[in-house]
Design a protein around this ligand. Structure first.
Ligand SMILES: Cc1ncc(COP(=O)(O)O)c(C=O)c1O
Length: 394
């Protein structure tokens, strides 16, 4: 008998990420990648991070190298309260848990909330890694469609009339992969539905700060607080896209009814997040450089986004349609006719350019005409070359 029979049942059917397999070759020399959802490392604030590191050694040496609290570095949590306040969110250190990126936040939350067979709702399309996490919990995942105004909340309402759901996961602002933002009206309605039908909303907000305009939607947690429904929203965010992902520092705002349980799961998982990088993030925040850093990122991504959008419109506009992103890192496009973007990838790869085929972001009913481009890491020149290559691969 093979040793594989020792694997837990829920693990046995676990498949390696199809995207990883497809994009294995994307690191070959000369290949331009519009695939990865990673921030531009050219923009990392080297000077600020160096200063912050020195400050850690001088002022927080012991905290940075010792075991710490499961909930996270106290100074960092105080700073995160301020970051949240700037986003219109009122919270306090007691309701904050520092996590190893928002990826861990999502894992901890799903493990805390979901029993096998529970119905959990996601957007169509949604963030792939959340589908993986939900797969591990044994949730019965249902999806709700989205359009240029984000998740179609009326479709969710129709589902709620017949089905009891445990919760819903969404990236309401500059979503990954869709790039779209949930409209104000839909936000209000979604929070009302959560209170009426008694389910939990997980609001994943890694990109909200990276806006290309001055228009700002309220977060769902802010709306919930205004409506007296704050128990229904759990908000998570991260320093990955606005400072540096290698720090692995994110956070969750936890309503009282869930905070202790999530902390226990966190404790069982890793005791606490990395003490050094938490201290470093806290120290960086005391330098008051984050706002300027966010401005730099907004400006750079906006420019690249405009370049990519204009090129796609001009060179491929008769083949694909897309909404011009107004923030974040992603441009989501759909072929105007029946087309398989997964099959096309082999061709574009041979021309030296890659993207992520859209079908992997769907829990069900995949739309194979879709694809996701990220404009964050490529240079302007590479964007020109990438679109040229895409065109010749058609
Ligand atoms: C929607 C979304 N959520 C969560 C994450 C995880 O980010 P991190 O764990 O680096 O904070 C990402 C990263 O790409 C993301 O796009």
């Amino acid at each position: 008998m093979s040793n594989a029979t020792h694997l837990a049942q829920r693990i046995q059917n676990l498949q390696p990420s199809a995207i990883r397999e497809l994009l294995k070759h994307s690191k070959m020399p000369g290949v331009i990648s519009l695939a990865g959802g990673i921030p531009s490392s050219d923009l990392f604030d080297k000077e600020g991070l160096s200063l912050a590191t020195e400050k850690v050694m001088e002022e927080q040496f012991l905290d940075a190298f010792q075991y710490g609290l499961t909930e996270g570095n106290v100074l960092l949590r105080q700073q995160v309260v301020d970051v949240c306040r700037q986003r219109g969110i009122t919270t306090q250190t007691d309701n904050l848990l520092i996590t190893s990126g928002s990826q861990q936040a999502l894992d901890l939350l799903m493990r805390t909330l979901v029993d096998e067979g529970d119905i959990f709702v996601v957007e169509r399309p949604t963030y792939l890694a959340t589908l993986q996490i939900l797969g591990l919990t044994g949730a019965d995942v249902k999806s709700v469609g989205s359009d240029e105004r984000g998740m179609i909340v009326d479709e969710l309402e129709a589902l709620l009339k017949t089905t009891r759901i445990k919760g819903i996961y969404l990236v309401p602002t500059f979503g990954n992969p869709s790039g779209t933002t949930l409209s104000a009206e839909r936000r209000e309605k979604l929070v009302k539905l959560a209170a009426e039908y008694h389910f939990v909303i997980i609001e994943d907000d890694p990109y909200g700060a990276i806006s290309f305009t001055d228009k700002k939607e309220k977060t769902l947690i802010q709306i919930a607080t205004e409506q007296g429904a704050e128990d229904h929203v759990v908000y998570t965010s991260t320093f990955s896209k606005i400072l540096a992902p290698g720090l692995r520092v994110g956070w969750i705002i936890l309503p009282d009814w869930i905070k202790q349980k999530v902390a226990i799961i966190k404790q069982a998982t890793d005791l606490h997040s990395n003490s050094f990088t938490q201290a470093l993030a806290a120290s960086y925040l005391t330098l008051s450089r984050l706002d300027k850093q966010i401005e730099v990122i907004r400006g750079a991504y906006k420019q690249k986004c405009l370049t990519l959008s204009a090129l796609l419109e001009k060179e491929l506009g008769e083949h694909i349609q897309f909404n011009q992103p107004v923030g974040g890192m992603f441009l989501w496009a759909t072929f105007r006719y029946d087309f398989n973007t997964t099959a096309w990838l082999a061709k574009t790869l041979s021309q030296g350019v890659v993207y992520v085929p859209g079908e992997f972001f769907f829990n069900d009913n995949p739309d194979k005409r879709t694809l996701r481009f990220s404009y964050a890491t490529a240079s302007e020149e590479q964007l020109f070359e990438a679109v040229k290559r895409l065109k010749s691969a058609l």
